[in-house]
Structure formats: structure tokens, C-alpha cells
Design a protein around this ligand. Structure first.
Ligand code: AKB
Length: 336
């Protein structure tokens, strides 16, 4: 008999580490994780961890032969800045890796006669605002608007959303028997900010980098203009959204891809919040024109009313609570 399990790929990343902690409370005995990296001590004891590549077919076959997956949280990805340096490698990990996992989930759904839940984080990078005027005029974008990503990562996310929908609704549509299809559910995240991990490889990283540098008393040169605005969310809300969407009754879901957000801040608003907490912070603005252009193409805010309506999404942390109760106290403690 194969053992029932929940699988988290990309488990050593920022979302992964936070998600492992919440999932371990819900499913203490059957949590599996997969990542190229080992897990930090704080998460390692909570899961059975496999250090390896999502493209390693032998490793995946071994997992499939031993475990029956009830849900897969597929987080492994190269983020937007990193992906621009190695676009083809990003495509391989972000798209081909997702395809391999979707196929595995599709096969498992058939074997167990029950859909495997496939939870996928997408991103504001799936949007592409053509210019700053449009970005200002269409502040809160809805899921079907401005789907013209400018980065390889954004293209990968948008296409994988479509692949997920295909595997969930139309997979093997010409076969004589309709297969049991997987249950794909996706959130488009804004920039995420964790108090416990520092991001790497993303382009929304200037926010969390500013905050962590200030707490460490290190100078920080912000790589975007002061006026640039995007939405952000504190990590506990990102985890909350993934778990709420996992638990939502299927009949309530009118879409498979949902925006979620919490607060929208300009880089100068962010700077001011950091200064309130760390008045001696040495932060300058030295925009990198190329990374700036990527952030300029992301919407100023997201309309998450579909998620609010369909699965009662509400963030716990508005901007005040995020900084005052979660980020600043925990980051202070971390670097004391
Ligand atoms: C990135 O900057 O690439 C990510 C994202 C916005 O998805 N944080």
C-alpha cells in the first residue's frame, strides 16, 4: 500500500519554509518536501525531505511508487531577476518542471480515482502594463486584464496557469473514457515579505531587502525609483491564502486562478515605514533602469474581489499590522 502524502516542491524557498511549518501542523505524519537545497534546521524535522531536482525522473518515480499524493504544492521556480539571466534554464525549471509534476498528478488522480489537488503560486509578473500612464489608470487589475508579461518568469507563470487549467478541465478530452482529472488551484501573489527569510532572485526584493538591511544596520541602495508602486503581502497571509484555497469547496470556485493581495506601497512609502522602525537606516535610491522597467510593468495593485467572494479571502495583515506586529518585531529579534 502506498502511503498518503502531501508534497511541497521548492520547499527550501521563502514560501516553502513558511508553508512547511503550517502544513506540518495539519498533516504531521505525511508531509514530503523536495528541493535542490537541504532544509534549514527550523523546518527539517517537520517533513521527510528529498534533496533533488524536480526534473529527475528516477527520483519522481521513486516518490510515486511509495506515496499517494493527496495534494501537491508546486512552488519550485526561478524568480524574475534570476530567470532573465538564464531564460532557457528558467523555462526548463518553471515550465518543463511544472509539466512533469502536472503529468504525475494527472496519473495519480486516475490511479486513486480521486483528484489530486495541485496548488500553484503564480505572480503579479503574469501582468504587463505597457506604460506608466496605463499603470496609473488601471490601478487594481483583474485576473483577465493585461496578461502581457515582460519577463521569462512572467511568461512561464502565465503559461503554467493555462497548463494547470488544461489538466484540470480538458486533459485527454478525446479519449473514450473521461479520466479523473486533477484539481488545479492557483493564486497570483504580489511581492511577498517574510520576517524570517531574505528573498533572492526576485525583482520585488527591494522592499524586503530594504527592511532586512536596515535591521542589520547595513546601508542599502534601492534599485527602483521612489515613486514605483506595486502590491505587497506579509508571508503569513500568503500561507493563509494557499491553505484557504486548498480547503475551498470546489463548487464555489468560479475560477482556477485568483489574485490575492494585501497593501500597495510605493518604494518611498516603504522607505518611510522602514525609517519609522529604524530611524538610522541608510537607504539611498539608485535605480537600475533594467530592473526598474520590470517593476514598472507590474500593476500598482490587484483586484482580489473574486477570491474574497469565492473562498472568503481576507488578509489578516494590513500595512500597519504587517509592519508593527509581524515584520518589525520579528526582524529586530532576528538580528539582535
Ligand atoms: C519576483 O520578484 O520575481 C517575485 C514575484 C513578484 O513573483 N517576488
Amino acid at each position: 500500500m502506498r502511503k498518503k502524502a502531501i508534497l511541497v516542491t521548492g520547499a527550501a524557498g521563502e514560501i516553502g519554509q513558511a508553508l512547511i511549518k503550517s502544513l506540518a501542523e495539519r498533516h504531521p505524519s505525511h508531509l514530503l518536501s523536495l528541493d535542490l537545497q537541504s532544509l534549514p534546521e527550523s523546518a527539517a524535522h517537520m517533513t521527510t525531505h528529498f534533496q533533488g531536482d524536480i526534473m529527475d525522473k528516477a527520483l519522481l518515480s521513486r516518490l510515486v511508487s511509495e506515496y499517494e499524493f493527496e495534494a501537491i504544492y508546486h512552488l519550485a521556480a526561478l524568480l524574475s531577476t534570476r530567470a532573465e539571466f538564464t531564460p532557457e534554464a528558467a523555462h526548463r525549471v518553471n515550465v518543463e518542471g511544472t509539466l512533469v509534476l502536472l503529468q504525475m498528478a494527472a496519473e495519480q488522480s486516475e490511479w486513486r480515482g480521486q483528484p489530486v489537488k495541485f496548488i500553484f503560486p503564480s505572480s503579479i509578473a503574469a501582468y504587463g502594463m505597457p506604460d506608466l500612464e496605463t499603470k496609473t489608470n488601471y490601478a487594481r487589475v483583474r485576473e483577465w486584464e493585461w496578461n502581457y508579461p515582460r519577463t521569462m518568469y512572467g511568461c512561464n507563470k502565465l503559461y503554467c496557469e493555462q497548463l494547470g487549467i488544461y489538466y484540470s478541465r480538458h486533459y485527454r478530452q478525446l479519449a473514450a473514457d473521461r479520466p479523473v482529472m486533477l484539481d488545479f488551484r492557483c493564486v497570483r501573489f504580489p511581492g511577498l515579505i517574510s520576517a524570517f527569510t531574505v528573498p533572492s532572485g526576485g525583482t520585488s526584493d527591494y522592499g524586503p531587502e530594504m527592511l532586512h538591511a536596515a535591521a542589520k544596520k547595513e546601508p542599502y541602495a534601492c534599485f527602483v525609483r521612489e515613486d514605483v508602486r506595486i502590491p505587497f503581502m506579509a508571508m503569513p497571509d500568503a500561507i493563509k491564502s494557499l491553505l484557504l484555497l486548498t480547503d475551498a469547496p470546489k463548487e464555489r470556485l468560479k475560477r482556477l486562478v485568483y489574485n490575492v493581495t494585501s497593501f500597495s506601497l510605493s518604494a518611498s512609502d516603504f522607505h518611510e515605514r522602514v525609517l519609522q522602525a529604524f530611524p538610522d537606516a541608510e537607504i539611498t535610491f539608485q535605480p537600475d533602469i533594467k530592473r526598474q522597467a520590470i517593476v514598472d510593468s507590474w500593476p500598482a495593485d490587484l483586484d482580489d474581489s473574486s477570491a474574497c467572494r469565492d473562498w472568503d479571502w481576507q488578509p489578516d495583515y494590513d500595512v500597519e499590522r504587517a509592519f508593527d506586529e509581524y515584520l518589525v518585531p520579528n526582524i529586530r529579534k532576528r538580528y539582535q
